[in-house]
Design a protein around this ligand. Structure first.
Ligand SMILES: [Zn+2]
Ligand SMILES: [Zn+2]
Length: 170
C-alpha cells in the first residue's frame, strides 16, 4: 500500500513509497513529518482507518483523473462535429462512440483507491471491498467539521494576538 496525501503545512501533495517500509509520513516538499498512527497494521491491504489521521471513515473511488475524462469528452465532441461538418454522420457517430468506449474501458481498468473523508489521503494498492462509495451526508459532516475547525483556529490566533498586544503595552 502507498499513500497520496496533502501536507497540512505547505499544502502540496506527496506520494509515499510502500507504507510497510516507513516509520513516518514525511512531506517531500517541506520538513513536515508525523508518525503513522499507532495500532495500524501496515502490511494490511484492507485498511479500516486512514494511515495519515486514523479516521475510520473512508470511501472508495476510481483513481481516474477527472481532467482526462473531460479531455476525452471534449476531444470526442470536437472531432465528431468536424465529421458532421463534412456530412459524414456515420463517422461522426462512430467517433463519439469510440471515445465513450475508451472512457469506459479506462474507467474499468483504473484501480480503486480509498479516500479519507477527513484529510482526503488516498490509499493505493488496497482491498476496497469493505468500503462504500462517497456518501454525501458524511462528506457534508466532515466539510462542516473542517469549517468549524478553521474558525476555531482563527479565533485562537486572534486571541493570542490580542494577548500579545496587551502584554506589549503594559
Ligand atoms: Zn509540506
Ligand atoms: Zn485521514
Amino acid at each position: 500500500m502507498h499513500l497520496t496525501f496533502h501536507c497540512p503545512k505547505c499544502d502540496r501533495t506527496t506520494q509515499t513509497g510502500d507504507i510497510a517500509q516507513l516509520a513516518n509520513l514525511s512531506c517531500s516538499h517541506c520538513d513536515w513529518e508525523r508518525p503513522i498512527p499507532e495500532g495500524l497494521e501496515r502490511s494490511n491491504q484492507a485498511p479500516s482507518e486512514c494511515f495519515r489521521c486514523g479516521n475510520s471513515d473512508l470511501w472508495r473511488q476510481k483513481n481516474f483523473p477527472q481532467t482526462l475524462g473531460f479531455l476525452f469528452v471534449a476531444l470526442g465532441a470536437i472531432t465528431s462535429s468536424i465529421a458532421w461538418m463534412y456530412y459524414k454522420p456515420i463517422l461522426a457517430l462512430s467517433i463519439l462512440m469510440g471515445f465513450a468506449l475508451l472512457d469506459m474501458i479506462l474507467y474499468i481498468v483504473m484501480p480503486d483507491v480509498l479516500v479519507c473523508y477527513r484529510c482526503r489521503t488516498k490509499h493505493h494498492d488496497v482491498d476496497v471491498s469493505q468500503h462504500g462509495a462517497f456518501d454525501h451526508e458524511l462528506g457534508e459532516k466532515y466539510r462542516q467539521e473542517k469549517i468549524r475547525q478553521e474558525e476555531a483556529e482563527q479565533e485562537q490566533a486572534k486571541k493570542s494576538l490580542s494577548q500579545f498586544d496587551s502584554e506589549g503595552h503594559s
